[in-house]
Design a protein around this ligand. Sequence first.
Ligand code: FMN
Ligand code: SF4
Ligand code: SF4
Ligand code: FES
Length: 617
Amino acid sequence: MNRLSSPQELEALRESIVRNRDTSRRCLTICGGTGCLALGAEDLIAAFRSEVESRGLNSGVDIRVTGCPGFCERGPLVVIEPENILYQRVRPKDVAEIVSETIVSGKIIDRLLYVDPNTGQQAVHESEVPFYKKQLRLLLADNSRIDPNNVNDYIALGGYSALVKAIFKMSPVEVLEEVRKANLRGRGGGGFATARKWQTTRDAEGEPKYVICNCDEGDPGAFMDRSLMEGNPHSAIEGMLIGAYAIGSNEGFIYVRNEYPLAVLHAGTAIRQAEECGLLGDNIFGSGFSCRISINRGGGAFVCGESTALMASLEGKVGEPRAKYIHTSEKGLWEKPTNLNNVETWANVPLIINKGADWYRQIGTENSKGTKIFSLVGKVNNTGLVEVPMGMTLREIVMDIGGGVPKGKKLKAIQTGGPSGGCIPESMLGIPVDFDELDKVGSMMGSGGMIVMDETNCMVDIARYFISFLEGESCGKCVPCREGLKRMREILTGITEGRGEEEDIERLEHLSETLTDSALCGLGQTAPNPVLTSIRYFRDEYQAHIRDKRCPAGVCKALITYSISDKCPGCGLCIKTCPQGAITLVEKKKPVLLDQEKCIKCGACYDVCRLDSVIVK
Ligand SMILES: Cc1cc2nc3c(=O)[nH]c(=O)nc-3n(C[C@H](O)[C@H](O)[C@H](O)COP(=O)(O)O)c2cc1C
Ligand code: SF4
Ligand code: SF4
Ligand code: FES
């Protein structure tokens, strides 16, 4: 790779990459994101490579392995360009047919197309899939156009032009002003004004100054940051370089969760390639601006995502938070001014510099600009990554993009904001999703986790689950969090096991208040959210558990029984499934018999019965 020494050389390289790429050429774009790899994408990629080679098609067909385009539910995904044909759930056994039919003969293979389960409509092109139609993918769309291990792909799409614009056409103050005007708010949880943080670090005394990219992402079920880092690492690196220039920093770190090996690998390759091209390092393009970026692999604890804990961990100490009497933007890493931003926040920066704050401000709501990537998971038909303009309603995200709840079940609640977010009931699906609206209903944006729950989820059990998770992740440094979470988990467990007392709700509220007011860091301070919102919106469920010793959703084992209804035709499906031998056939075509003594309430019979003959109460 040749070292570029001027903006003109970067532009010339871009032009030559684009010129040498024949856009009418066939390109097989295969998702190599973690989700698709888990579904066997590695074998699929190998099968495509060998098929294309054995047919002597190498000179006419490109194969591009990309990061995650979001529709993980249907992976492994293959998109054939230039037609933009989308094949989903592709297996190695489909490869020969795809090459001979679609690549060679131009025929569509119906079996591999996406069919909308709600309308039965087939979608040939990626753009016709309802999951994508309502999204505004400013950040994610490039994931499917870029091989993250090839910097040329990023450059071809205009990559690093924002950096050039910033360092050659704008002063650091002008860059900062543009980000301020865009009203960019941090995507890592709190929604802090990015420019304000940059400004504080810029103004703080002390040298050197550092920039950090937070790619820790410890929230269960969330994978936005991982997918951006895996799929388009240069966008975060370019954002960091622009930020470093504005702040007056020459050194950056990407703190990435060690459990994200692909993100670690791709970020490392991207840094190396950017250095080789002269896009990163000393005296970038002779501008006088130098910046080095290195990777630090995270300690593997949820709390390490918290800014002070992250910096301690980066320094090689135990990843424990400290009191923020002095902000990290003034005294952070090694006591030096340090600006920490989330991956998605950094990835927004090149867009703002290239297209301008005025353009950016048109997207989103009054106080939440731009788009937000959500990781939509749980009881929803289309799980995956969804990028939408701020302000889209929860209903549009879950029902239109997510395709609603599977198996005709009723939607009950949506948990936003990760483990310390809140549960929003179905009746509030109309709220526009932005930082402030989610706050108003007792939840939060967090880093973008969105967990959909249906009528078979018990809200008390959900609150118990999140509190147990946070209890396990608490660093234990301060008493309210260490002891408070333990006590809350004990109370919630008691309620789900039928030992709930009338005063428990009040106790939970009281403990929540104490924790919010006195915990040292955001983990403890926000931990009560799932408890408080589930009490606020689902109090009757708590009362059913406490007063009636009943779990209305049929989840809490101690409070439910399984029985067989009169309409059971004795098909015996449940008999084969029951691990305890608790079900027996009494007489042909008559309801089966369930022995309560033997039943361990595993629910297998309920799941397998096709005629709704297993009753759970
Ligand atoms: C317990 C805890 C865990 C956190 N985990 C993350 C994380 O994984 N990724 C992240 O970007 N921010 C996380 N944050 C928020 C960060 O502390 C910090 O506010 C954020 O990275 C700042 O970036 P932003 O301004 O771009 O949002 C966490 C906060 C707390 C309290
Ligand atoms: S609030 Fe919890 S996680 Fe945060 S410092 Fe205190 S004990 Fe540790
Ligand atoms: S709930 Fe489980 S153990 Fe009980 S009868 Fe059904 S399958 Fe058997
Ligand atoms: S990992 Fe392949 S679509 Fe998400």
